[in-house]
Design a binder for this molecule. Sequence first.
Ligand code: SAH
Length: 226
Amino acid sequence: MGPGDPELVTVKALKVLKDADVILYDRLVSEEILSLCQGEKIYVGKSIGEAWKQEEINRKLVEEAKKGKRVVRAKGGDPTVFGRGEEECIFALREGISCEIIPGLTSAIAGPELAGIPVTSRIVAASGFTVISGTRAKGELDPDFIPEKGTLIVLMGIHDIEEVQRVILMKRRGDEKVAIIESASTPKQRVITGTLMKLSELVKEGHVSSPSIIVVGEVVSLSFNQ
Ligand code: SAH
């Protein structure tokens, strides 16, 4: 459903939301977007301290669909970027329920962009970008997922910022530029910039909260919004 601003929801997503009998949504789907829908809205809040377990969500989706209802599972950003949209879709299909994934504008790209930061740019020879999660279900952040070059985008990195900084520093220089974009596309959007060496300080001193995106790389210096 995009990063939050209702104007960034696709025409197709808006259509299915308006036609839905039941909408299962989580924390990153904004109130403004939900207020556009008539169907029954069920919060299945999936943040830290999960209200619903993944299996419960899967079962609820199928249960409602088997009653003949049109069910929409609304998620922030794009449903398959750290969104488990594919897991829910596979579960529904196995239960004989037809299912469609509607792509959305991911905060991983739209967030930096709304802060004036392109994820790739010829100007600074950033010819690729990598999106990683700063939160791992099991174990530590794997440095193998961090490229030595190009733009690095970290989602869900605020909660464990010291660990995220430590692991990124295994692959990247401390003087590389970073930007933190909090609540992108919403009236609360905030952008903080600095260097990788200071990343956790910037987060702590700035009282940065989730949802936020961290961008590492030369593209941060472009800031076409200023
Ligand atoms: N499927 C989502 C990502 C889910 S993971 C997407 O494509 O955007 C959740 C993480 O996404 C958050 O912890 C945060 O890092 C990021 N995020 C989502 N919406 C955001 C927003 N409006 N502003 C900043 N970060 C956001």
